[in-house]
Design a protein around this ligand. Structure first.
Ligand SMILES: [Zn+2]
Length: 865
């Protein structure tokens, strides 16, 4: 399975040959079926970005025509309908939707219930055509692996990252290669995802829920970020009936069989290509012979139960009994074992002793080399973040407090935990927690946000064992979220899991039942990572975010009447516009903005290869704090915001008075001395003041800086780059001052937190000296308490440093030594916060702080090595 290049007819190329030329644009007009770049950009913006209504598109088209009236021309369309027709006529795009009808075909009782007589619709795209469409997307060129591979770190140990780096793909290739006719071909696993619990579309007597597919060969970052990496392939019918019917075995059997029959039909077009190689066009423009395979399936627990054909509360991956799921001796489930057991036992025994539903045949049985028990992939979002953390630990903690303390005191503590959560200092990308909202009721993204701050806020109120239990689960989760894991990380995960199960005893002693499938799922993670690579490439958060674009938004745009048909049309148009955009980008036609491109074409200039990247709202203090950014991964940097405060005093001494930091000029001069004498053995603090250089130029004050860094596990730019804005602002958003805290690299020889010191930015400024520009920051140091993190929470504790005379320890540092923003959580202890406490006071009001490693997974990686 070496992924050799071949020609259109499947003959392997003997010599390295460039890919066949890209097909020429149709009908002499590069922009066909659009008039020009402006028309395409208009359609894309109105339809995809703004999701404008017909009325507003009509209005804008009219304005457009009016503006052209004097020149005797008109807008490309006279109304929205014409624009839609143009979009529909785009040639490239995924397969069209088809509808299949299903109905109950068993024996009918004398008075059959309604559901037996109804027809159920499956809306589906041809999965083979869809796969070919995804494969031919040129933007995947740098994000695809044509062969399974093994990756190693500097120490020679294995690294698991993308799906193709895992043992599963490797073993599949070995199995396929047993057939000589497959030699030289490319293994293409299909990643499938569906989510029954998210909003499904109800029309009449049936609901639908979407199934997505993705190329297993793509990198994790591409699967998370690229437009066509994950596409809806089917909407499965979910029959509805009344409560009485729902309890009937025959109804349950029908629903499950319908479900598997639909999935089987969806992927049936790929079946011939799973054994006989098929020539496909790849993102790099070359042809290859492909062998398909059903790949990992992303689903949450209730759906895993359906998929695996097991009984509720059993594990889909092993035979452990529901009463003792974490049994280390439990044997893995396999399809072969299930089939054997079915021949030996009656359905009742299978149900009670093995957790097997004899009336369900998983759809994977229709496909070669596919075992559903193996293919169910780990799912951080539902199993760990929403499950083990939010639904279990957070709920148990609350219940524990109400058991342990008299009612009034328990309520006081729970209210105070809420207040503490609202009082954590701001951090780029951290949702502000709404005041007075009970965190018990938070869902979805809220659980991710809660996970970031919960530990610091409950410490002091819980027994040490429970705090350590929480810390262990957080470490496990944050390790699992990394984009690449090596043996050391897997060992750390194993240790965290051991600690977690050990300290979880404290919850068991408090009377909580922990033998729950989503708790138990953690036990299968490490094996799954070896099989499928990092869980972040297969998480249901990917299907969930696609769900917003592919289901929720098209649903909102429909008029609710026969909504599905309208939604499918919307999805089709969005995909077509996306495909056209990818094609134009590949042909170099999407360079610059609409205007710069149009001007460049009219004067005959060729714009640079890459589109102009606008750093979001540069200098604007109101835009989002954090977001994706394009660029290669080694371009980490930090820059001051482009705008500066021109009303401030311009000279060092005046500025010092203005910000009430009398020692600022001296600190700045010592900084400059260290910059001018980088190799001097003398510490700048020891230099006599008369030897320090003077700064006589104007000093510019900035209110923020933007740090860019590589953080491939979050939804971010295609390359994995992220940016965040760090603030040092005397009146942020017109309110109180906001002085963020950052990691300053102070010892490059040390790893993790030992290499950093926390600094609070009192001022971002820049000045020129002898023609060189110095971007810097005035920081107040917060130093570590001891040489180790706090044994209970596992977090480092820092405290603000003061000199003997009670003044803050200040220093000016070069902007380049700042790694990124640090999030501090006050060490609240056992005291309750005053009711009127404002979060803007947090960084001034406490004696010590936890350095929050859970602010995001990148910080965790930065300080937890
Ligand atoms: Zn299990």
């Amino acid at each position: 399975m070496t992924g050799l290049r071949c020609d259109e007819n499947g003959t392997f190329l003997q010599q390295p040959t460039p890919p066949p030329p890209f097909p020429p644009p149709p009908q002499n007009n590069r922009w066909h079926p659009f008039e020009d770049r402006a028309a395409f950009d208009f359609a894309f913006q109105e339809y995809v970005d703004d999701q404008s209504s017909i009325t507003s598109i009509n209005r804008r088209l009219e304005t457009w025509s009016a503006s052209l009236f004097a020149s005797g021309r008109v807008a490309p369309w006279s109304n929205a309908q014409e624009m839609y027709e143009t979009i529909d006529s785009i040639q490239h795009g995924p397969a069209p939707w088809k509808v299949y009808h299903f109905r109950y075909q068993g024996e009918l009782p004398p008075n059959p219930p309604k559901w037996m007589m109804e027809t159920y619709e499956l809306c589906v795209r041809d999965s083979r055509q869809l796969l070919h469409f995804q494969l031919a997307t040129p933007t995947f060129r740098d994000d695809i692996h044509y062969t399974p591979y093994q990756q190693f770190d500097q120490d020679g140990g294995r690294v698991w990252s993308n799906l193709m780096s895992g043992d599963w793909a490797w073993e599949q290739a070995d199995l396929i290669a047993e057939t000589p006719s497959t030699f030289g071909s490319t293994f293409i696993p299909i990643v499938i995802g569906s989510d029954k619990t998210t909003v499904s579309v109800a029309t009449g007597h049936q609901q639908y829920h979407p199934v997505y597919m993705s190329l297993g060969n793509l990198s994790n970052t591409a699967r998370r970020a690229q437009t066509h990496a994950l596409l809806p392939v089917a909407f499965l019918p979910i029959p509805k009936t009344n409560r009485k019917q729902r309890k009937r075995r025959i109804w349950q059997k029908f629903c499950r069989q319908l479900y598997h029959a639909c999935l089987e039909l969806t992927f049936l077009p790929l079946l011939p290509g799973m054994t006989t190689p098929e020539v496909v066009h790849c993102p790099d423009g070359h042809f290859r012979k492909a062998i398909y395979g059903i790949g990992p399936y992303i689903a949450d627990y209730p759906e895993q139960v359906w998929l695996a054909g097991i009984v509720q509360s059993w594990c889909p991956k092993c035979l452990a009994r529901p009463t003792y799921l974490d049994n280390p001796l439990a044997r893995p489930r396999t399809q072969a074992k299930t089939e054997f057991l079915i021949t030996c036992f009656d359905p009742g025994t299978l149900w009670s002793d093995w957790g097997i539903r004899a009336d369900v045949t998983p759809f994977t049985n229709a496909f070669p080399r596919a075992d559903i028990h193996e293919l169910l992939s780990p799912d951080l979002l539902h199993q760990v973040i929403k499950g083990a953390f939010q639904d279990h630990l957070v709920t148990w903690t609350c219940e524990y407090l109400t058991q342990e303390y008299p009612n009034a005191r328990a309520m006081e503590i729970i209210t105070d935990i809420d207040r503490r959560i609202s009082a954590v200092p701001p951090f780029p990308g951290l949702r502000r927690f709404p005041d007075g909202r009970d965190f018990q009721q938070w869902t979805g993204d809220d659980s991710k946000a809660l996970m970031k701050v919960y530990l610091g806020c409950v410490a002091g109120y819980l027994p040490s064992n429970m705090v350590q239990c929480l810390a262990a689960l957080l470490d496990f989760t944050y390790l699992a979220r990394r984009n690449a894991l090596n043996n050391v990380h897997l060992q750390q995960m194993d240790d965290a899991l051991d600690r977690y199960t050990h300290f979880r005893e404290s919850y068991i002693l408090a009377g909580f039942q922990t033998s729950i499938p989503r708790q138990h799922a953690l036990q299968h993670y490490i094996t799954s990572i070896r099989l499928f690579g990092s869980p972040n490439g297969l998480c249901s958060s990917i299907t969930e975010s696609k769900h917003i674009k592919a289901v929720k938004e098209p649903w909102r745009r429909s008029n609710r009447y026969k909504a599905l048909i309208q939604m499918l049309r919307t999805i089709d148009r969005i995909d077509k516009l996306g495909a056209a955009c990818a094609d134009y980008t590949h042909r170099g036609m999407m360079r610059g903005t609409t205007l710069t491109y149009t001007i460049a074409v009219s004067v005959g200039v060729i714009l640079p290869e890459y589109p102009i990247i606008h750093v979001a709202g540069d200098g604007d203090e109101w835009e989002d704090d954090i977001g994706p950014v394009s660029g290669p991964k080694d371009e980490s940097d930090i820059v001051l915001s482009a705008s500066y405060e021109s009303t401030y005093p311009h000279f060092l001494d005046d500025l010092a008075t203005h910000i009430h930091q009398a020692r600022f000029p001296e600190a700045a001069r010592r900084f400059l001395w260290s910059q001018l004498n980088p190799d001097s053995p003398i510490h700048p603090a020891q230099v006599p003041i008369q030897d320090l250089p003077y700064i006589v130029s104007r000093v510019f004050v900035h209110h923020s800086a933007v740090a860019r860094f590589y953080a491939p596990s979050d939804l971010c730019g295609a390359g994995g780059m992220k940016q965040e804005r760090i603030r040092s602002n005397p009146s942020w958003r017109g309110g109180d001052a906001r002085w963020d805290t950052v990691f300053v690299e102070t010892d490059s020889a040390q790893s993790g937190m030992r290499g950093f010191t926390i600094g609070r930015i009192l001022l971002f400024f820049s000045f020129k000296y002898q023609g060189i520009n110095y971007p810097c920051a005035l920081v107040h140091w917060l130093v570590c308490h001891g040489d180790e993190p706090d044994p209970e929470t596992g977090m480092w504790v820092v405290y603000p440093e003061y000199e003997g005379n009670g003044l803050r320890t200040l220093e000016v540092v070069h902007l380049g030594t700042i790694a990124r923003a640090a999030h501090l959580i006050p060490a609240f202890g056992g005291e309750t916060l005053p009711e009127d406490f404002e979060y803007t006071w947090s960084l001034d009001a406490f004696e010590s702080y936890y350095v929050n490693p859970y602010a995001d997974h990148h910080v965790h990686e930065l300080i937890h090595r």
